[in-house]
Design a protein around this ligand. Structure first.
Ligand SMILES: *Cc1c(COP(=O)(O)O)cnc(C)c1O
Length: 381
């Protein structure tokens, strides 16, 4: 099946008892057994739930993987992945990454004796230099947040294979519509389903997809043992959201391209970070590994004044000031004071994250209204 068919049909069967076309919300914690151990494959809903099973199978199909597992949030998925490791193990991670991922690595799992290295990953050889016999996992987020760098997944995968360490890719920003890390050689794909996959800013959930049977078995054990599972109603919402993923992503990409070009030509704008530009430093890698360039854009202002950025964010009418991304509605954010405020100013500025940097999650509204909103917000600076 092609992508636009899989989003609607993969893993989904009409309910055998009624013919209901939509996957029922199996709001049950337990399942009746005929005699001890004689059941229909379901015993207790922490372990398995049919609504969750449908979503897990659907996600595995979208990533061209064998096994999907869902969790109560993206962070719960990352938490479970880190529990594959033990004290003394080392992880090499992208340095420009989701703040919550940085926090769970640096402030939670480092307490348990796992060592994390945070580095820029423009060059796979720089990653290879840090590998020791204790290295167990390489963690990649691409496009990076909020600087929109693109990391060469196939290049890093070759290094990971050579040294037999796991390569995990956080595919939240790209979605399986734009990129399939398992096909590029990654062992593990992780998602915050909260963002584009669910797509309507109404649910928090996470997922992992893998191919390896033994790894899947270990992760299922952890999923059941630790218990950070999503409820069936939320699984239903994500399944419904995914049915339009391809159509939404097409519009996100189209609007993203128009808005990126508009900002680039705006006299008040200093620099626009978007991987679709030919002069983006990683444009060639983006063209190679992604099907399109997405709707996430960051930009800075001439003069680089914090108060100018704040004034624009207050003036936006269609772009709503809020954390998160990937919903049908356009959002804007200010990384220096919101998502990345915990990073010291000098560290932020080293990667280009200046005080005037504004991040946009371009939604699927009419693009003329989005352009006009930017025009009115930047007027009078
Ligand atoms: C939001 C996000 C997460 C965390 O997911 P939650 O569902 O909020 O727990 C992880 N990685 C990226 C890239 C994200 O955007």
């Amino acid at each position: 099946m092609k992508f636009g068919t899989k989003v609607i049909h993969a893993g989904i069967n009409a309910d055998p008892s009624t013919g209901a076309i939509m996957t029922p919300i199996f709001q049950t914690s337990t399942y009746v057994q005929r005699s001890p151990g004689d059941h229909k494959g379901y015993e207790y809903s922490r372990t398995h739930n049919p609504t969750r099973t449908a979503l897990q199978q659907n996600l595995a199909a979208l990533e061209n993987g064998k096994h999907g597992l869902c969790f109560a949030s993206g962070m719960a998925a990352i938490d479970t992945l880190m529990k594959l490791l033990k004290p003394g193990d080392e992880v090499i991670s992208t340095n420009d990454l989701y703040g919550g991922t940085y926090r769970i690595f640096a402030r939670v799992f480092s307490k348990f004796g796992i060592k994390f290295h945070f580095i820029p990953m423009n060059n796979p050889f720089e990653v290879e230099k840090l590998i020791t016999e204790n290295t167990k996992m390489i963690w990649v987020e691409t496009p990076t947040n909020p600087m929109m760098n693109i990391i060469d997944v196939a290049g890093i995968a070759a290094v990971a294979k050579k040294h037999q360490v796991w390569l995990a890719v956080d595919n939240t920003f790209a979605t399986p519509f734009l990129q399939n890390p398992l096909e590029l050689g990654a062992d593990i794909v992780m998602h915050s389903l909260t963002k584009y996959l669910a797509g309507h800013s109404d649910v928090v959930m996470g997922a992992i997809v893998v191919n390896d049977d033994k790894l899947a078995e270990e992760l299922s054990f952890l999923q059941n043992a630790c218990g950070a599972i999503p409820g069936p109603q939320d699984c239903f919402l994500v399944l419904r959201g995914i049915k339009t993923l391809h159509v939404r992503m097409e519009r996100h990409c189209q609007n993203g391209k128009t808005i990126a070009a508009y900002l680039k030509n705006h006299p008040k704008v200093e620099k626009v970070y978007w991987p679709g530009f030919e002069d983006h430093p990683n444009h060639a890698v983006a063209k190679e590994q992604m099907n399109d360039f997405g709707g996430m854009i960051s930009f800075t202002l001439k003069g680089n004044k914090l108060e100018d950025a704040v004034s624009i964010l207050e003036k936006f009418k269609v772009f709503v000031l809020a954390e998160s991304l990937g919903g049908v509605e356009s959002l804007c954010g200010h990384p220096a004071t919101m998502t990345h405020a915990s990073i010291p100013k000098e560290e932020r500025e080293k990667v280009g994250l200046s005080d005037s940097l504004i991040r946009l999650s371009v939604g699927i509204e009419d693009v003329e209204d989005l352009k006009n909103d930017i025009a009115q917000a930047l007027k009078g600076l």
